[in-house]
Write a protein that binds this ligand. Structure first.
Ligand SMILES: Cc1ncc(COP(=O)(O)O)c(C=O)c1O
Length: 254
């Protein structure tokens, strides 16, 4: 094992144990990562010093908690190059981000006879919400196929995305094939047809430099818990234009 890896191991207290008599090796990071000491310490520090109701109080602790909460949002915005902190919404996971987009946005912009386009390599979290929207709105769900190499077939994308398409939702990096999909080109194609573009960034954000403005996407969903943040942390990025159109979660549907 390289010196670098040994150094990293010591950042993760959970790895300092034996399982079945062997030193623990954890390889399930695509599902959720372990948490380094710095993250664990921050959590404990917050609950020991600053915990209060965020955005709901005027006392010292509430102000401190709110400042921390918003400072983290600023860091996330800078990390993905969002134009402003207002574009960054905290959720519990990529799944929850995608569900919110589908139920609070998809349900209002998709009408009878419209089409939603996803691909054959999507995670379940980027399939089921669109099946539901298509069912509720009497729309059609279409799938972009793959090439023999397991990559997204861009020629097929050009066929599937038409003027009937209202939403295109595609994984930036596939958890199935490991391929990186050309989100910028797909966004251009979707926008040329007047459709909204959503990217599932669950597997890309931990590994790629993500620049939401450069990609041009309308929404981008990813998981903090897959990149060292605590369990129950996800992000929903949206441009002001689409966020303004989102219905409150309790008032969805038509
Ligand atoms: C491509 C992709 N999308 C969505 C998800 C769901 O992420 P979460 O568990 O944070 O909801 C995963 C999880 O592995 C994934 O790989």
């Amino acid at each position: 094992m390289s010196r670098g890896l040994n150094n990293s191991r010591s950042d993760f207290p959970i790895l300092d144990q034996k399982v079945n008599g062997e030193q623990l090796v954890y390889l399930d990071n695509a599902a959720t990562t372990q948490k380094p000491t710095s993250v664990l310490n921050s959590l404990v520090h917050y609950y020991e010093h600053d915990n209060a109701n965020v955005h709901r109080g005027v006392h010292t602790l509430a102000e401190r908690a709110t400042e921390e909460f918003e400072a983290a949002r600023d860091k996330v915005a800078a990390f993905i190059n969002a134009k402003s902190r207002q574009s960054v919404i905290y959720t519990r996971s990529t799944t929850e981000s995608l569900n919110w987009i589908a139920s609070s946005f998809g349900n209002s912009v998709v009408n009878e006879g419209d089409e939603i386009v996803i691909s054959e390599l999507e995670h379940h979290s980027n399939v089921v919400p669109w099946q539901q929207v298509a069912k509720c709105q009497h729309a059609t769900l279409k799938y972009i196929g793959l090439t023999a190499d397991g990559e997204l077939d861009m020629a097929d994308a050009e066929k599937q995305i038409t003027d009937k398409t209202k939403i295109v939702s595609i994984a930036h990096a596939s958890n199935v094939m490991g391929v990186i999909n050309p989100i910028k080109a797909l966004t251009k194609l979707a926008h040329q047809h007047g459709a909204y573009m959503i990217a599932d960034g669950a597997q890309s954000t931990p590994h790629l430099k993500v620049d939401v403005q450069d990609l041009g996407v309308d929404f981008y969903a990813f998981s903090g818990h897959k990149m060292l943040a605590p369990t129950g942390i996800g992000i929903l990025y949206g441009t002001p234009e689409v966020l303004d159109q989102m219905e409150p979660a309790s008032l969805v549907g038509k």
